[in-house]
Structures are given as C-alpha cells and as structure tokens.
Design a protein around this ligand. Sequence first.
Ligand SMILES: Nc1ncnc2c1ncn2[C@@H]1O[C@H](COP(=O)(O)OP(=O)(O)O)[C@@H](O)[C@H]1O
Ligand SMILES: Cc1ncc(COP(=O)(O)OP(=O)(O)O)c(N)n1
Length: 275
Amino acid sequence: MMIKRALTIAGSAARGGAGIQADLKTFQEFDVFGTSAVTAIVAKNPHTGKGIHPQTWEAIEAQLVTIAEDIGMDAVKTGMLFTKEIIENVTEFIQKEKLHNLVVDPVMIGKMGSALLQEEAMEAMRHRLVPLATIITPNMPEASYLLGGKEIQTLEDLKDSARLLHKLGPAHVLVKGGRLEGPAVDVLYDGEQFYLFEAPRIHTIHTNGAGCSYSAAITACLAKGMSVPDAVFEAKKFITAGIRHSLEFKQGVGPTYHAAYRQYGETGCTMRIEK
Ligand SMILES: Nc1ncnc2c1ncn2[C@@H]1O[C@H](COP(=O)(O)OP(=O)(O)O)[C@@H](O)[C@H]1O
Ligand SMILES: Cc1ncc(COP(=O)(O)OP(=O)(O)O)c(N)n1
C-alpha cells in the first residue's frame, strides 16, 4: 500500500515547536509522508527579536510546483501565510491544482507574541481562502478576528462563532476552546450538527505549537481517508497527550511533545454530538 502524503504550506518556526517543524513531526507520527512549502522564516521570542522573514512568491511557488510535480498530496494544510499576496497566490494554486482535503489554520498571533498575519491580509483570509476549506481551525482570538471582533468567552459563544464562520463557506468549522475555563472543549460544526470534543484541562504554560500540531494531525488523518469528525477526534487525543507530556527547555513557552500519543497513549478525551 502506498503511504499517504500531506503538504504543509506554513512558516518555519526556528524554536521547533510550531509551524512547519511541528507539522512535519506530526505527519511522521501518523505515518504520513510530509512535504512543505515555507512561506516565511520566524526567529523570534520575547527576548531576542531576530524577526520574521517572508519568502518571495517565486520561492514559495517553486516549492509548491516541485511537490505537485514530483510527490503529489492527499491532504493539504495552510498555517502562517503572513501577507495578502501570499494568501491570494496560495488560493489560486489550490484552485488551479484542484486540491482537496484542505485544512486552513488561520494563524494570526503566536503565544510568544509574534504577529503572524498582517492586518491587511485579513480580508483575503476571510473571503478567498477560508471558503475553500474542508475545515478551518481557529482558536478563540482568531475566530473573534475573523468575525470582526465578536466577543467569545463561553461554550455558547464558541458554538455561535462556529455557526457564523460556517456562513463564510468552509465545509466544517472547528473553534478551539483552549482558552476557556475548565475542560478543554472544542466545537466542530458541519452546517447541521455540533460535535463537542472534550479533554481534561492540563495545568501547564508549555503549549507552544498546540494549534499547529492539532491541525497537522487532522490533515494527516484526512490524508488517510478518515471522516472529518473521526479525524478531529483522533487529533484531539494526539494533542492532549502532547500537552500532558509537553517539554520545558531553557526559557519561554515550551513545545508539546509530538511522540507522546505513540509512547504513552490515550488521555481521556470524549466526543459527543449535539443537534
Ligand atoms: N491547558 C490545556 N489543556 C488541555 N488541552 C488544551 C490546553 N490548552 C489548549 N488545549 C487544547 O489544545 C488544542 C489547541 O488549542 P489552542 O492552544 O487554543 O490553539 P492555538 O495553539 O492555536 O492557540 C485544542 O484542542 C485545545 O482545546
Ligand atoms: C511559524 C509559526 N507558525 C505558526 C505559529 C503559531 O502556532 P500555534 O500552534 O498557534 O502555537 P503558538 O505559537 O500560539 O503556541 C507559530 N508560533 N509560528
């Protein structure tokens, strides 16, 4: 049987816990062959601001064309896209190549404080890329920005936001409740019903890259042919184990541990359906 392939179009996170690095580590954990197109290089933390270096569209397109011609893809994820120009060009590439199983993680601000999407790129994200997605995976601040500043504080707000975001055109919306009080509940909406994915809250600050790794796990599971709700459930187990066994290095917010689900297994996640 041929191994399944997943492409990530995202930024390089030099610290290794988020971005392209997290995506490729996650694909590997799911036994999916990972390829990558780097949109920007991020070498930034609160102490040493070496900055954000976007790549030219010429460099990004060269990577995409090489992958499309030589390897192919069963699923695609977008992460940090940074500029309006990159979003518009990536959107055209996705349409031209008729790519399916598209996971859009509308990355905006990293937990270390980096601005990963320019203000003027928001409209292109909202109206060009998001409508093409099989699933979008905003966290609470990202969902709020996409909805023009809607207040999101409770589980009911999460459900409301998912319903409103679905009107933009994606087939599924997953709003992540990582910043809620109490259990970590995420809400998936498919236009008809809600799926609630719940995990015990883990008391740690070391969750760098949790969103990237979660959406990459969903991408890998879609590449393997799972339905969207099954893919999200499997990915939720993966990321909860990654947070439970997250890593602490010299300073800053430490990364999730990508091998944790394979090494230590399940973590008490549940899925339930609500009409
Ligand atoms: N402290 C935590 N304990 C358990 N799960 C968490 C915790 N923080 C975040 N999560 C979960 O991790 C996943 C990523 O969420 P989040 O951290 O909000 O994304 P992002 O990294 O995009 O901000 C979600 O499933 C969320 O519910
Ligand atoms: C290059 C790059 N891309 C995306 C992110 C954001 O990652 P995320 O998983 O949302 O986690 P945090 O950074 O918020 O912990 C990033 N930091 N860098």
